[in-house]
Write a protein that binds this ligand. Structure first.
Ligand SMILES: *Cc1c(COP(=O)(O)O)cnc(C)c1O
Length: 414
């Protein structure tokens, strides 16, 4: 028998949800439905106390002594090792540093250097803007030594050739949630002698990852999305052990030196992953990121994925049932196996419709030109939230409530 999809059914799913108790660990404003944790994760309750400890205690009282007494110096590596556990890497292969954009620049430059005699950096059109901009910047900086080539997804595998130094792709697409087969693409690239950099911004903390199992070369990722590290939290990067000894990147700052406090004139890279560091760690930001990473590490990634896939299927079914006559399209795959932790709808009035939802404290986001994004964060999202979201969406459409001047006004950040 088909299950009737009503509010009571979604409440019953929450009652038997093995991850339900994690919601208590987050501070969410009352009467909000937050479907944007894929862009800025929610605030873990423990981060409040941690911020106080770090600012008042470690900084205020400890002053500069805290580099040693509170082990600030090892924060990038300590949190990196914890993130390694979330992405199928080994300790010593991941480090927390800088932003995703800066980390991508370091690794793309390093990969080109690592694979000499090849002139192509391959990506796909429509990749996340910063990824393409960073690669364009590198291309200009190297002045003809490499060129950025993009190939659409269906031709990507064939576009990897003997001239390809590095393939740079976002594992889960920010707009559609489409997920690459990381093992297949990595193997294909390696067969042609190309290296691969994966951007894991929408993957880490959202889906199980097995970087070492697929023999990944390099990766970068984001701290403030599914890892709940806070706005502008530092990013991270991964370098497979086998590449570390020869890796050279252009931002050879003192924190990447073998002995930063020997204060020598000449740069000598640290032996391991630390050589990818550049300057002083953002201690407050990294400390808060650790809270989010610890919380994520205490949950089962398999359960997270299971709930996320189920939420996606239920959301799509509800939208089909309740909103089919309002002109929405589906920009995400219906197959949960190849979809990340989000569902994207399309609508010509997408911006105004999303503003109308946000006015009801149902927060997703809009990505130009017509995508409405709904992100699912299984640690703090309830099944009943999905019901209430689509219920509100149906009401907004049925009664044309989106068609108000205030909802058409573009904001600086969408
Ligand atoms: C969010 C995101 C980034 C963020 O980069 P920043 O340097 O932190 O601004 C990069 N790449 C992708 C694919 C993202 O989704």
């Amino acid at each position: 028998m088909m299950q009737t999809l009503d509010r009571a059914y979604f409440e019953s799913l929450d009652r038997t949800d093995p991850l339900a108790h994690f919601r208590e660990s987050f501070e969410l404003p009352p009467a909000h439905i937050y479907l944007n944790g894929n862009s800025l994760g929610a605030l873990p309750k423990a981060a409040r106390q941690k911020a106080r400890d770090v600012v008042e205690g470690q900084w205020g009282n400890g002053l500069i002594r805290s580099w040693n007494t509170h082990d600030w110096i090892h924060l990038p590596r300590r949190i990196g090792d914890k993130i390694a556990g979330l992405i199928g890497a080994d300790p010593g292969e991941v480090i927390v540093a800088d932003s995703t954009s800066v980390n991508l620049f370091k690794l793309a430059a390093a990969a080109v250097k690592q694979n000499p005699g090849r002139s192509k950096i391959l990506s796909e059109p429509g990749n996340f803007p910063t990824d393409l901009y960073i690669l364009q910047g590198l291309e200009h900086f190297l002045d003809g030594q490499v060129r950025l080539v993009t190939a659409p997804r269906e031709r990507l595998l064939d576009a990897i050739d003997e001239d390809t130094a590095v393939v740079v792709l976002t594992h889960i697409h920010y707009k559609t949630g489409a997920m690459f087969d990381m093992a297949e693409l990595t193997a294909k690239a390696h067969a042609k002698g190309a290296l691969v950099i994966w951007d894991l911004s929408h993957s880490t903390g959202a889906v199980p990852l097995h970087l070492n199992q697929v023999q990944a070369d390099f990766a970068v990722g984001c701290g403030y999305k599914y890892l709940n590290g806070g706005p502008g939290a530092p990013g991270f990067l991964y370098v497979a052990k086998r590449h570390q000894a020869t890796l050279q990147h252009p931002l050879s700052g003192w924190f990447g030196h073998a002995r930063p406090f020997a204060m020598r004139d000449d740069y000598e890279p640290a032996a391991g992953i630390e050589r990818t560091l550049c300057g002083t760690t953002s201690v407050v930001g990294a400390s808060l990121l650790e809270v989010g990473v610890d919380l994520m590490a205490s949950a089962s990634m398999e359960l997270i994925r299971e709930k996320s896939m189920r939420m996606g299927q239920l959301f799509i079914t509800l939208v089909e049932e309740r909103c089919s006559k309002f002109g929405f399209g589906l920009a995400s795959s219906k197959d949960p196996e190849v979809r990340g932790s989000q569902v994207s709808l399309t609508h010509p009035q997408g911006f105004a419709i999303m503003q109308a939802l946000i006015a009801r404290n149902i927060i997703g986001d809009f990505r130009a030109p017509e995508i409405l994004r709904f992100g699912f964060t299984p640690l703090y999202l309830r099944y009943v939230d999905l019901w209430d979201c689509v219920d509100a969406l149906a009401d907004i459409m049925e009664n044309n409530l989106w068609d108000q001047p205030a909802y058409h006004q573009l904001t600086a950040v969408t």
